[in-house]
Design a protein around this ligand. Structure first.
Ligand code: NAD
Ligand code: MG
Length: 398
């Protein structure tokens, strides 16, 4: 019986994880669940899973959760704040930790899971973008296992040579081909893109995901973050990661070897496949995903990305080349800008504009300690917020 902590249990990845776990009754035990503010949802999950620990980051909600649990006579202990998230991640009874908090807010808990030597199922790509070197060093030093959940990286992992472990340099690999759906605006004109709404940006053609990553898919920043993620996970140079737009989202990514072989992983666009893969690895187990019907898929198409229409892709490649403060700035500015767009305060094209300005201000340098990384992140966030406020003001006067 493997104990599991789910960080971000109420989100899209968290719910998919619990769906897979529910299919394997005797195999996993839910030890800890965490959420940000929605305590009623966490309470429902506590009724169902009876974890030892439930963490609500926001203290007011945590108090209400605690009260409700006691009233119902449930055994779950409650914690709150960053310390609570870290406690859940490092819980002594957890063998596996699903790192599925969205954004930089997940960094410290994800790092704590690695430091505690867990099997880390990594969905929280922003943590790697912000702190790749620190995170990979921590995984190695603590003897943690790192399994990618992001569908492309999970696909690449599955196509890697036998015995490959995250962070190593794979033998015989020429490059990886990272597939991208192109998002909901793949064929939209720049003029039309200037007017898209948050709901349109979140209506992804193939995947059902949280709102932040959905907007990232629409700007293609998601693919940019994934280029950086791939470099850390697979020990590759920037030139060894090629983005391929593939609108059907059936080929989840490919690995090209020096002998000309290209291995791909295919499947339905359903996150339960990578989740079940990482939970069962190196074995296999059912995920609840329907088998792939190639006759229904019919055709698979591939085209080059267009960095002119998707400036976020260009900015992410530039950040990847500069590294350090530039990637921290890229991620921080993107999180702030996406939140402002989702709140209806700035237009869609303001997202890359804000990121570009913040990156231009990013000092040279490569922060390596957690404190330095958090300081650089905070600086970039406040710059991005200031720029977003100016753009929101301009929009109100327009
Ligand atoms: P989501 O918005 O659906 O869920 C986010 C979860 O994080 C929720 O449980 C929420 O309570 C928690 N959370 C949010 N802010 C928090 C904070 N400040 N402190 C603590 N907890 C907080 O997001 P998602 O779509 O599940 O994505 C989660 C992560 O997985 C992201 O990093 C995303 O890029 C990655 N990912 C998601 C998918 C997908 O299909 N959804 C695919 C690949 C990668
Ligand atoms: Mg992905």
């Amino acid at each position: 019986m493997k104990g599991i902590t789910v960080l971000g249990a109420t989100g899209s990845i968290g719910l998919n994880t619990l769906d897979v776990v529910a299919r394997h009754g005797g195999r996993f035990r839910v030890v800890a669940l965490t959420a940000n503010t929605r305590w009623e949802r966490l309470l429902e999950q506590c009724r169902r899973w009876r974890p030892e620990l439930a963490v609500l980051r926001e203290p007011g909600g945590a108090a209400r959760l605690e009260e409700a649990l006691r009233r119902e006579g449930l055994p779950t202990r409650v914690a709150t704040g960053e310390a609570g998230l870290v406690e859940a991640a490092a819980h002594p009874e957890a063998h596996y930790v699903m790192a599925a908090i969205v954004g930089g807010a997940g960094l410290q808990a994800t790092l704590a899971a690695a430091r505690a030597g867990k099997r880390v199922l990594l969905a929280n790509k922003e943590a790697l973008v912000m702190a790749g070197a620190l995170f990979m060093d921590t995984v190695r030093d603590a003897g943690a296992e790192l399994l990618p959940i992001d569908s492309e990286h999970n696909a690449i992992f599955q196509c890697m040579p036998e015995g490959f472990r995250a962070g190593e340099r794979p033998a015989g690999v020429e490059q990886v081909l990272l597939t991208a759906s192109g998002g909901p605006f793949r064929t939209l004109s720049p003029e039309a893109m200037a007017r898209v709404t948050p709901d349109q940006a979140c209506a992804h053609p193939n995947w059902d995901m949280g709102r932040k990553i959905s907007v990232d898919s629409a700007t293609m920043m998601n693919k940019g973050l994934e280029i950086i993620e791939a470099r850390w996970l697979f020990g590759l140079s920037l030139e060894q990661v090629q983005v391929v737009v593939h609108p059907q989202s059936v080929v989840h990514s490919l690995v090209q070897y020096t002998d000309g072989s290209v291995l791909a992983q295919l499947g339905q666009p359903d996150m339960r496949t990578p989740i079940a893969h990482a939970l069962a690895w190196p074995e296999r187990m059912p995920s609840g995903v329907a088998p792939l019907d190639l006759f229904r898929v019919g055709r698979l198409e591939f085209e080059p990305p267009d960095p002119e229409r998707f400036p976020c892709l260009r900015l992410a490649v530039e950040a990847a080349r500069r590294g350090g403060n530039a990637t921290i700035g890229l991620n921080a500015a993107n999180e702030v800008a996406v939140a402002e767009f989702l709140a209806g305060r700035i237009p869609f094209p303001a997202i890359p504009a804000i990121i570009e300005e913040v990156m231009a201000q990013a000092p040279a340098g490569d922060p390596r300690t957690l404190d330095e990384i958090l300081a650089a992140d905070a600086r970039a966030r406040s710059e991005a917020a200031a720029r977003a406020a100016i753009m929101a003001e301009q929009r109100n006067h327009a």
